[in-house]
Design a protein around this ligand. Sequence first.
Ligand SMILES: Nc1ncnc2c1ncn2[C@@H]1O[C@H](COP(=O)(O)OP(=O)(O)OP(=O)(O)O)[C@@H](O)[C@H]1O
Length: 310
Amino acid sequence: MIEIVNLTKHYGSFTALDHLNLSIEKGTVFGFVGPNGAGKSTTFSILATLLAPSEGTAYINGIDVTKDPKQVRKLIGYVPDFFGVYDKFKVHEYLDFYGASYGIPNEERKAVIPQLLELVNLTDKTDSYVDLLSRGMKQRLCLARALIHDPELLILDEPASGLDPRARVEMRGILRELKNMDKTIIISSHILPELSEICDELGVIENGQLIAHGNVRQIENQLQAQKVLQVKVTENIEHAVSFFEDDPNVLEITRDEQDDMLLQLSYQGTEEDQVALLKKAVEHGLAILTLSQKQTNLEDIFMEITKGDE
Ligand SMILES: Nc1ncnc2c1ncn2[C@@H]1O[C@H](COP(=O)(O)OP(=O)(O)OP(=O)(O)O)[C@@H](O)[C@H]1O
């Protein structure tokens, strides 16, 4: 559905996007996460055909965004991070205006607008003036606007920013419904855990480069240079300590303060190394009750990896 190839954007001498490559399959909910200034909005503006890249390009359903922007616009619905609404319109007039500018016939607009308002939970606001809506309602109205021509791909630049927790939960619910409608969605945020809940795949961008890509577990593995393994034995903890000390992937061993049969290992090996380690430990006669990877806080990893930027 989306193929980003060597996408580069210079603003004067500053490089905002640096040879970005990324493929996103149809039907995926893809989360783009990165700190301020990482290049998320620049990428989205190029995909939305509103900004020309300096080098490279992107294809949406095989159509080059730089060569055939009109065709691309039929396929996409774009909600920018800063959006304007025409204040003097009522909600249904606002959607009608956008529907007409997409060339949707009057009768069709009359049918589709109530459906969209229902989807974004704004049915009871149909006759309200747009400028009287709350920020969360305006966000949802912009989403409805972006859906008016039934696009296959939705590009949502920080749709949850500035929303209170309840509005965020509502927004997540709407995104789930859109996913069930088979839309491909790319969505950006500064907040990794928020995206990880709704996204099938994530890309982490920093300084215009993709530094990690995959599902949540893969991102954890890519961002985390070392993980913490917890090993619980039923006897002879000293034997376990000396065994793990000999493994080159074990960087540090800490004994748990409350449980004298529990060890924490700072570990830099791969999953395959981990399997081999467990097998070897059993062969060495260690009485291992459990060996598990300690749950890490995604937000902490993200903050650690991107801390140079703030
Ligand atoms: N028109 C412009 N002229 C010069 N520099 C720009 C322009 N637009 C963006 N930039 C710079 O390019 C970099 C990437 O900006 P971009 O808006 O793509 O980042 P972002 O990841 O969306 O950030 P945020 O999370 O703050 O929205 C930033 O350093 C920004 O200052």
